[in-house]
Design a protein around this ligand. Structure first.
Ligand SMILES: [Zn+2]
Length: 145
């Protein structure tokens, strides 16, 4: 099974953002400034806003995706591939499969995913959103985890 098949199973960036939001809500967002756990979802800012101090936490804040400008599709499909198929992939191969023109950001993404794989439960949650059989991978539209 190829990574490109995983890539196709995540339809677009807004779907990926929705998946990420659900995962973060399931894990619980903690305010960096005051430690509060209750947040509003600010749809226009694509951020969580602390109910106590109004500090905003973006979807990427505090995750391995923070500081990356790569599409969420890249991240989610690569994480799902590595986590579910449990196969090794080189950065060069990954770059080719994703069709990205630069090697370095892909290499960095893969490194971060590999370094986080044992501790970051974001990895596990993504598998709740896709369904695999021998020939195809499907995105499952779940409202809540
Ligand atoms: Zn706060």
């Amino acid at each position: 099974m190829k990574l490109s098949e995983f890539y196709k199973s995540f339809p677009d960036e807004s779907t990926c953002a929705h998946i990420l939001k659900c995962i973060r809500e399931a894990q619980g967002v903690i305010c960096k400034k005051c430690g509060n756990i209750e947040h509003y979802w600010k749809k226009d800012k694509k951020s969580f806003e602390c109910k106590e101090c109004n500090y905003r936490t973006s979807l990427k804040n505090g995750t391995i995706i923070e500081h990356s400008n790569l599409p969420l599709k890249y991240w989610l499909s690569t994480i799902a591939y590595i986590n579910i198929i449990n196969e090794k992939i080189s950065a060069l191969q990954l770059q080719k499969e994703l069709g990205h023109n630069r090697y370095e950001p892909i290499w960095l993404m893969l490194k971060k995913i590999k370094n986080s794989s044992k501790t970051d439960n974001l990895l596990h949650k993504i598998s709740d959103y896709i369904q695999i059989n021998k020939t195809e991978i499907r995105y499952i539209n779940k409202k809540n985890l």
